[in-house]
Design a protein around this ligand. Structure first.
Ligand code: ZN
Length: 245
């Protein structure tokens, strides 16, 4: 099976369209989305509609939950809160019910999908020790996660006494999957990368050829920035897209 993986779209339609064009040219059997379709960005309805039409397997991100759950935004920064309150206002009833129908964890044959971590969808998995919280409960060889907007992976040998190895891949990289090891794989942020590369991030997981590959594609950043300003969202949300932070 060849999976096209995307995460953290955050209402950035030009980025989403660029990633899907790239994945279409790669050829994939199934799309997987690791949450945060909305929040921060100016095209939440459009992004929900594109994802719904894809027949994509999706898990819920913290912004997807906050967009449909009043009160959840109190934990957000001022800018994130401002964006999520605006998103809540503009989302259609249909897209709200789509977002509320999403579950935090989904399991496929060999893969577990989650947003931040398996035990807690809001948890940022950024270090080998934090990755252990998921590896300890993982009942499949592969966990796909997002939330950090950092492309990379953790590789863990459950037979060893060592912590997982961590690899960051802001410029893309390919990992060969080995039998007996466990993996946490993060495609990076499609609509708001934070690993210093402003290009939209996505990944391919090929379970027949046994590899995971992180890729980047340029997109029309100026179009998203202009829409952020026109919607009256915080300017910092537009500026950060130039730098991938
Ligand atoms: Zn996110």
């Amino acid at each position: 099976m060849r999976y096209g993986i995307l995460s953290d779209i955050h209402g950035n339609l030009p980025a989403l369209e660029a990633v899907l064009a790239a994945l279409r040219s790669e050829g994939v059997d199934q799309y997987l989305c690791l949450g945060d379709i909305v929040g921060y960005g100016p095209f939440p309805n459009e992004c929900c509609e594109v994802i719904r039409e894809l027949n994509c397997i999706v898990v819920r991100g913290n912004h997807d939950e906050a967009a449909t759950t009043p009160g959840k935004e109190v934990w957000f920064t001022w800018a994130a809160r401002t964006c999520i309150l605006w998103t809540r206002e503009v989302l259609t009833e249909e897209n709200k019910s789509f977002l509320s129908s999403l579950e935090p964890v989904k399991k496929l044959d060999d893969i577990v999908l989650c947003h931040g971590s398996v035990p807690d969808p809001d948890f940022y998995t950024t270090t080998p020790l934090e990755a252990m919280l998921t590896f300890r409960v993982l009942d499949r060889p592969i966990c796909l996660f997002g939330h950090t907007h950092y492309a990379g992976w953790f590789e863990y040998d459950p037979a060893s006494r060592e912590l997982p190895a961590q690899y960051s891949a802001p410029n893309g990289a390919r990992l060969t999957l080995r039998e007996g090891l466990l993996y946490m794989l993060n495609p990076g942020g499609a609509g708001q990368p934070r690993d210093g590369n402003s290009c939209a991030a996505y990944a391919i997981l090929d379970t027949d050829e046994k590899y995971f590959e992180i890729k980047r594609t340029p997109y029309n950043i100026a179009e998203t920035q202009q829409a952020i300003i026109e919607a009256g969202l915080p300017e910092a949300m537009a500026a950060r897209l130039d730098y991938g932070i």
